[in-house]
Design a protein around this ligand. Structure first.
Ligand code: GDP
Ligand code: MG
Length: 368
């Protein structure tokens, strides 16, 4: 790949090579004048000296903010669902029950993988579940500007009723403008009181449709697998009302749901594709990282060659580990992907430096 020596970079910037070497030493790099620097390090160094590298002068937002899709290019896509609710009300159990039922109904002996999201099928239609129960993930993603959830399933235990985190979940969903379907769980328990839950929820503006309101509430038992099909049915009905659509015939754009560093495979990220179709071999930019999609698999551990709107896939081939909520943009051009990532690194570094110098200024005032 491209590189430039320390001496050459110093010359181009019009600074002494020894000054450059001193800066590198401070960062823990012991180098000589003939040491080659990769493009990223060179760009960061140049930025430290107040320079911009010529070929990274790309307007980022222009690339990210592509033209809106023509209405005729839009096709129906699956809904993306997040399960929220108070601790111990059964979020994990419900997700597991839905998934297991689906895996059993599908390919026999399918091995499920934890990739942070999965899709299930109901009457030939798909539903994507984000496997990140709890509103922390939801709020964290929203705070980063990522809108991934179409529908919230609010789980309320019928033997416990509305609790603090139930209330928070309702507030978060409302603030995000995401419709709620209530799953009243644990109805197998002898002390369950689903009607009391419905009564309590009316105080939060959620009135059950069988009480003349417009909120769908399904009484379920994750443990006994009761009414799970009905819940899926209601999700699809809600999706129909929302007319969820996306253009599958363009470069993919999506959001990182989960990412980690795998010992053998390097950075591994689950991408929820939101527009376009992600294909094996695509180049991409994700936050401050770039990469190439070298392998993709679904939550059943199956290799996939492409992923369309609302499909979650685990992607291998990124230069680093992105954060949940980072935007993923696929690109045709490797050079462009790298340049954008480098530019973002520089910007991030500038912001960190600005924060740092502001801090020390504050410290200074404190001392006075
Ligand atoms: P989470 O904290 O919301 O993810 O809740 P969990 O799924 O971990 O469930 C908390 C507890 O409730 C566990 O002991 C589950 O076995 C139990 N539980 C979950 N769903 C049901 C249900 O439908 N019926 C009964 N009786 N117990 C349930
Ligand atoms: Mg849980």
């Amino acid at each position: 790949s491209e590189s430039i020596t320390v001496g050459e970079l110093a010359k181009r910037m019009g600074v002494k090579a020894t000054d450059l070497i001193r800066v590198l030493m401070k960062q823990g790099m012991m180098v000589t004048i003939n040491h080659p620097l990769d493009v990223d390090t060179a760009a960061i160094l140049a930025a430290d000296f107040g320079y911009e590298i010529e070929n990274v002068a790309i307007d980022l937002e222009e690339i990210v903010e592509a033209a809106p899709d023509a209405p005729e290019s839009l096709e129906e896509r699956p809904p993306v669902v997040t399960i929220m609710g108070h601790v111990d009300h059964g979020k994990t159990s419900l997700l597991d029950a839905i998934r297991e039922a689906n895996v059993i109904a599908g390919e026999a002996g399918g091995i499920t993988q934890h990739i942070g999201a999965y899709d299930v099928e109901r009457n030939g239609r798909k539903i994507t579940f984000l496997d990140t129960p709890g509103h922390e993930a939801f709020t964290a993603m929203r705070a980063r500007g990522a809108k991934v959830t179409d529908i919230v399933i609010l789980v309320v235990a019928a033997d416990d009723g509305v609790m603090p985190q139930t209330r928070e979940a309702i507030n978060h969903s409302k603030a995000a403008g995401v419709p709620i379907i209530v799953a009243i769980n644990k109805i197998d328990k002898p002390d369950s009181k689903p009607d009391r839950v419905k009564q309590e929820l009316t105080e939060f503006g959620l009135q059950s449709s069988d009480w003349g309101g417009d909120t769908t509430m399904v009484e379920v038992s994750a443990k006994k697998r009761l009414n799970l099909e009905e819940l899926l049915e209601m999700i699809l009905l809600q999706a129909d009302v929302m007319e969820l659509k996306a253009n599958p015939n363009k470069q993919a754009k999506g959001t990182i749901v989960e990412a980690k560093l795998d010992k053998g495979r390097g950075p591994v990220a689950t991408v929820l594709v939101q527009e376009g179709t992600l294909k094996l071999g695509d180049y991409c930019v994700v936050g401050v990282h770039s990469g190439r999609v070298r392998a993709m698999q679904n939550d059943r551990g199956e290799k996939v060659l492409e992923a369309g709107p609302a499909m979650p896939v685990e992607v291998i081939g990124l230069s680093g580990v992105p954060d949940a909520g980072d935007v993923f943009v696929a690109m045709k051009d490797e050079k462009q992907a790298k340049e954008i990532a480098t530019l973002r690194q520089i910007k991030q570094r500038e912001m960190e430096l600005a924060k740092h110098s502001k801090l020390s200024l504050d410290d200074l005032y404190k001392k006075i």
